[in-house]
Design a protein. Structure first.
Length: 263
């Protein structure tokens, strides 16, 4: 027997010296309790001090960490900063919407969806982007053809966040869809379709916020401020929509460091 194996690990239970036969072989199955205990001691002595696990990175959950930035929002273009009174009114309206949604959630959830409405699974990122934004925005098609203007094709223009739809979404799905759309918005322009869904998803978020949702809405507000600062045409309707999202994140969800200073 190797000399190193005699330096056994400290004993946690009192085990006396094993009276073993001279031909004891630790590589064969133990035949007596004493041989079993001796074999356990030998195996323990062979254990390395440090063990490194072999992890397949492909099996890790997507985006397992949550990064929370403490940086603020960029200021609104000169002359477009919302007043405090306007912000307070938007928060009051939003609060009323949330209360109504919570009160009537079960009613709207029980309503039948149209036959053309098939909600994607929570983990289907591409499916949700197409569902919310439509093929036109998702595929960045500039305009619909004349034939397509004859009626509304929600597969092409996206499904609006109807109460019968958002009432069926649990918090995990709300957070996931919010993440998908914010990821899209990080590289694409702001559209009315995005604005409607951001408002509806924020209305569905439960307080207190989970860390992931907290990080997402801060990311959303900062992205809105970036797009607003780069708005060259000074489109009042779009700037107002961006102001609204920043206002709700900062003042309703208590992210005050992101709030616009009253004009």
């Amino acid at each position: 027997m190797e000399s190193g194996l005699e330096e056994l690990m400290p004993r946690l239970l009192p085990v006396g010296d094993c009276d073993l036969a001279e031909d004891f072989d630790p590589t064969v199955p133990p035949r007596t309790p004493q041989e079993y205990l001796k074999r356990v001691q030998i195996e323990a002595a062979r254990c390395p001090d440090v063990v490194v696990a072999q992890i397949d990175p492909r099996k890790l959950k997507k985006k397992p960490t949550v990064n929370i930035s403490i940086s603020g929002c960029q200021p609104a273009p000169e002359g477009y900063s919302p007043t405090l009174k306007w912000q307070q009114q938007q928060v009051a309206n939003f609060s009323a919407v949330r209360q109504s949604l919570n009160k009537h959630r079960n009613h709207w959830r029980s309503q039948h969806l149209d036959s053309n409405v098939t909600m994607p699974k929570s983990e289907d990122e591409e499916g949700w982007k197409k569902f919310c934004l439509g093929e036109r925005v998702y595929s960045e098609i500039d305009a619909l053809s004349d034939n397509e203007n004859l009626g509304i094709d929600y597969l092409k223009v996206g499904f609006p966040p109807l109460l019968s739809i958002v009432s069926r979404m649990n918090q995990a799905t709300v957070t996931s869809v919010l993440e998908y759309l914010i990821s899209w918005f990080g590289e694409k322009k702001f559209t009315p379709e995005l604005g409607r869904w951001f408002y509806a998803l924020l209305a569905c978020l439960e307080k207190p916020l989970l860390p992931e949702a907290h990080s997402l809405i801060r990311q959303l507000a900062r992205r809105c401020s970036e797009v607003r600062a780069l708005e060259e045409s000074k489109n009042e309707e779009q700037i107002s929509a961006l102001n609204l999202i920043i206002c709700l994140v900062s003042r309703y969800f208590d992210q005050r460091d992101l709030a616009d200073e009253p004009s």
